[in-house]
Design a protein around this ligand. Structure first.
Ligand code: ATP
Length: 458
C-alpha cells in the first residue's frame, strides 16, 4: 500500500450519484433515515452488473462452486452458536448532557465530541437488529436480522453436500442483504445499516488451507483489477494476530483508496473449522465431510472472501470518475468497465424529424432486447454526449439524415471520443464484440476502416 491522495472528493461522487439517479438518501422526503440508502434507475443497473460480474466469476465460470440464497431471518441459536450474540458488540459511551452515544474506541478525548459533556463509562451494545416472529412480541419470539450472509452457508452445508455431491475443495456462494445497527455510519454508502454482501465459503481439507487462502487473495484482487480498478488504488492489509476475529486463523483485507482514505473493501478470512464445529455442537447434527479417497471423516476448513456490494459500487464509482478537457471545456466522464456500465449504448437521432425518429427508434428497438440501451432525442448532440459520458455509457450511436440513405450509423467511443461509421446491420454484432473486449477494429479519428479490418480478419 502506498501513501497517495484520493483522486476524487466524496462530494463530487455524492452529487453525481444524486443528480444522475444512482443513489438517493433513504426516506428522503421525511428527512432521511440514517445509514439507509436507495438506488435510483442508474444505480440499480450498476449494482446488478456488479453482482452479475461477481456471480459470473465466482459461480458460473467455475466447476467447484454452487450458489444459494438463504433467509435473512434465521433461528436465534444460529447467532448463539456462531458467537455473534456474545461478540458482535461494541463498547459505547453516552454523553450525560446530550445523550448522544459514541463508540469508545473512536474517541480521542474524555468529553463528548458534540457538546463537551461528561461521558458514562463504556457499556456493551450488540449491533444486530432485533425483530419478532409471529404476533406476540416477547423474548421467546425475538430473532435477529442477519449481520452477515455467511451463516446461511454453514447451516446448509450438509443440505448442499447431500443434494449436489461436490467433492472438496468446493465453495458455496451467496449474495444478499445484511443489517448492522452501526454506531457510526457515514462516508456515503461506505458504512450503512442496511447493505448487501457477496460472500463465499470455500471448504478445504485442513492442511491445505494456507495455500487456498493465498489463492483467494490473489483471485479477488484480480477481480477488481479486471473490472477496472487501478492497481495502485488497491492495497492488502494483514490483520495482526492479536486483532483477529474470534473465528479466524488469518485475515487479509483488500483495501481501496476511498475519498476518505485507505479503508477495507473486502475481507478474506481463514475461518478454520470454527463455524461448522460450533453448529455441529449446538444443533446435534454432524457437519463433516467423508473423503471417499482417504476413507476419513473430517470437518473442513473454510476460506471466506466477503465483500460489500455497496462498498464495491462506491469504489467502482470513485475509480471511474474523471474530469477531462473537451474542446474549450471540461467533461465529466465515468470510465466504467463496459460490463459494469449501467447503459451500454445510447441511440441519438440528430433531429426529431419524423422519418429520422422512426428509423432511430427501430435501431433502438432492435438493440434493447439484447443490451441495456437508451433512446435520447432531447437537446443538442454535444449535450447528449456529455450526459452519457457522465453516467459511463461506453458507446453512443448517432443516426443522421445520411443514415436514411446509406443505412449506416456512427458509433462514438466514450473514452477516446473517436467515431466510426458502420452498417446498421452490423451494429448489434459490433457493439456486443466491443463490450466483450474483442476489438473487431481499431477506431481511428473519424476513419472508416470497418470493411478493411473485416476482410483482413477473414
Ligand atoms: P468494517 O471493519 O469496515 O466494519 P468488517 O470487517 O466488520 O468491516 P466484514 O464483517 O468482514 O466487515 O464484512 C465483509 C464486507 O462487508 C466488508 O469488507 C464490507 O465490504 C462489507 N460491509 C461490512 N459492514 C458494512 C457496512 N456497515 N456497510 C457497508 N458495507 C459493509
Amino acid at each position: 500500500m502506498t501513501d497517495q491522495t484520493p483522486t476524487v472528493p466524496m462530494e463530487k461522487i455524492v452529487s453525481l450519484a444524486q443528480r444522475r439517479g444512482f443513489i438517493f438518501p433513504g426516506s428522503e422526503i421525511y428527512g432521511g433515515l440514517s445509514g439507509c440508502w436507495d438506488y435510483g434507475p442508474l444505480g440499480i443497473e450498476l449494482k446488478r452488473n456488479i453482482k452479475q460480474a461477481w456471480w459470473q466469476a465466482m459461480v458460473q465460470n467455475r466447476d467447484d462452486m454452487v450458489g444459494i440464497e438463504t433467509s435473512i431471518l434465521m433461528a436465534r441459536q444460529v447467532w448463539e452458536a456462531s458467537g455473534h450474540t456474545e461478540r458482535m458488540v461494541d463498547p459505547l459511551v453516552e454523553c450525560k448532557n446530550c445523550h448522544l452515544r459514541w463508540k469508545a474506541d473512536d474517541l480521542q478525548g474524555t468529553r463528548c465530541p458534540s457538546c463537551s459533556g461528561e461521558l458514562t463509562s463504556p457499556r456493551m451494545f450488540n449491533v444486530m437488529f432485533k425483530t419478532f416472529v409471529g404476533p406476540v412480541e416477547d423474548s421467546a419470539n425475538m430473532v435477529y436480522l442477519r449481520p452477515e450472509t455467511a451463516q446461511g452457508m454453514f447451516v446448509n452445508f450438509d443440505n448442499v453436500i447431500q443434494s449436489i455431491r461436490k467433492k472438496l475443495p468446493f465453495g458455496i456462494a451467496q449474495q444478499g442483504k445484511s443489517f448492522r445497527n452501526e454506531i457510526t455510519t457515514g462516508n456515503f454508502i461506505f458504512r450503512s445499516r442496511e447493505f448487501e454482501q457477496m460472500e463465499m465459503e470455500y471448504f478445504v481439507k485442513p492442511g491445505t488451507d494456507d495455500d487456498w487462502f493465498n489463492y483467494w487473495v490473489q483471485e479477488r484482487l484480480n477481480w477488481f483489477i479486471n473490472h477496472g480498478i487501478k492497481r495502485e488504488h488497491l492495497g492488502l492489509s494483514e490483520h495482526p494476530k492479536e486483532k483477529l476475529a474470534h473465528y479466524a486463523k488469518r485475515c487479509v483485507d483488500i483495501t481501496y483508496l476511498f475519498p476518505h482514505g485507505w479503508a477495507e473493501l473486502e475481507g478474506i478470512a481463514n475461518r478454520t473449522d470454527y463455524d461448522l464445529k460450533q453448529h455441529s455442537k449446538a444443533s446435534g447434527k454432524t457437519l463433516d465431510y467423508y473423503d471417499d479417497e482417504t476413507k476419513e471423516h473430517y470437518t473442513p476448513y473454510v476460506i471466506e472472501p466477503a465483500v460489500g456490494v455497496d462498498r464495491s459500487l462506491l469504489a467502482f464509482m470513485c475509480d471511474a470518475y474523471a474530469e477531462e478537457p473537451d474542446k474549450d471545456e471540461t467533461r465529466v466522464v465515468m470510465h466504467f468497465h463496459p460490463a459494469l456500465s449501467p447503459i451500454k449504448a445510447a441511440i441519438l437521432p440528430l433531429s426529431k424529424k419524423e422519418n429520422l425518429s422512426a428509423f432511430a427508434r427501430d435501431v433502438y428497438k432492435d438493440l434493447r432486447s439484447h443490451l441495456m440501451v437508451q433512446y435520447d432525442d432531447t437537446q443538442s448532440i454535444g449535450r447528449r454526449y456529455r450526459r452519457q459520458d457522465e453516467v459511463g455509457t461506453p458507446y453512443c450511436v448517432t443516426v443522421d439524415f445520411q443514415s436514411l440513405e446509406d443505412k449506416r450509423v456512427t458509433i462514438r467511443d466514450r473514452d477516446s471520443m473517436n467515431q466510426i461509421r458502420i452498417p446498421v446491420a452490423e451494429l448489434l454484432k459490433t457493439l456486443t464484440a466491443k463490450l466483450e473486449g474483442e476489438d473487431l477494429f481499431v477506431l481511428p479519428p473519424g476513419g472508416e476502416i470497418w470493411k478493411v479490418e473485416r476482410e483482413k480478419k477473414g
